[in-house]
Design a protein around this ligand. Structure first.
Ligand code: PMP
Length: 293
């Protein structure tokens, strides 16, 4: 049996899971999404992801025609039918079919899509040796244009930054906001450690409020007794940090050892970073909504 995709209440074979060319998700990037993971048959932080999805939808005046509980059940049903225990889950809500104009009111019903698939990760070597990343010239969207807190289907800002990183043979791009403060990477939040203190940019600088970010901040306080601060910082603070790492649903916690050709700390994943990777991995295998009860 091939992979089944949840589409508007039905489990559809992968080959037949198609949306209309009039869907405004395709025509205008009008919609929202989430990336979630399941580890050993448990969905990690499912509620947090669903709440962020509903917040993103609310921010763009898109009413998801399902309750959060119904959507939660649909995610679990999709994993079950595909017998997936370790999976990446992509939830997509588009504005639905409209005409060729922008008007969202002309769209009939939002499309609800749940894709579950095997997870593709950064190679394990990067967790051991660390990433080499660069600051790019593409600035982060600002709150007064398109809020980075909305996980919308319009990811061009991040894609342009990713293209720049790839041109430099770097694994990720650090994006600054229009004032030159560090925000985040194209699909991950960023942290630095200086003198035992953990720093990450605050939400208002223009970031996605990462669920891994929140989890790691709590772990740093509870398990490593670290001071955690949400503070503005610049490239200078990254270059002079003792440690740096990124967080995200796909990447989990991943060390960074070089930024813009400057070596961070001693050029090896730092001791706090290594501990946080271990603590985070413990959590992913011990918590979460069970799929196969
Ligand atoms: N920033 C951006 C731009 C993202 O797309 C993501 C999610 N891939 C993150 C940060 C990390 O968020 P989370 O930990 O919730 O996956």
């Amino acid at each position: 049996m091939g992979l089944k995709i949840y589409m508007n209440g039905k489990m559809t074979d992968k080959e037949h899971a198609k949306i209309s060319v009039f869907d405004h998700g395709l025509l205008y990037g009008d919609g929202v999404f989430e990336g979630i993971r399941a580890y050993s048959g448990r969905v990690f932080r499912l509620r947090d992801h669903l709440e962020r999805l509903y917040d993103s939808a609310r921010a763009i005046r898109l009413t998801i025609p399902m309750t959060i509980e119904e959507l939660e059940k649909a995610v679990i049903a999709t994993l079950r039918i595909n017998k997936l225990k370790d999976a990446y889950i992509r939830l997509v809500i588009t504005r639905g079919n409209g005409d060729l104009g922008l008007d969202p009111d002309k769209c009939s019903e939002p499309s609800i899509i749940i894709i579950t698939d095997k997870i593709k990760l950064y190679p394990e070597a990067y967790y051991k040796k660390g990433l080499e990343i660069v600051t790019v010239s593409t600035r982060k969207n600002s709150h007064d244009t398109l809020s980075p807190s909305i996980k919308s289907l319009n990811y061009l800002n991040n894609i342009l930054a990713k293209i720049e990183a790839k041109l430099c043979n770097a694994q990720e791009a650090i994006m600054l906001n229009k004032d030159g403060y560090v925000t985040e990477c194209t699909g991950d939040n960023i942290f630095i450690i200086k003198n035992g203190e953990l720093l990450t940019p605050p939400s208002y600088v223009g970031i996605l409020n990462g669920i891994t970010r929140k989890t790691v901040m709590k772990l740093a306080v509870k398990k490593l007794a670290m001071t955690v601060k949400e503070e503005l910082f610049t490239q200078f603070h990254m270059y002079t940090a003792n440690e740096c790492f990124l967080t995200g649903t796909g990447a989990e916690v991943i060390p960074v050892i070089r930024i813009d050709d400057r070596i961070i700390g001693d050029g090896k994943p730092g001791k706090y970073t290594i501990k946080l990777i271990t603590e985070f991995r413990k959590l992913t295998t011990s918590e979460g909504v069970e799929v196969f009860r």
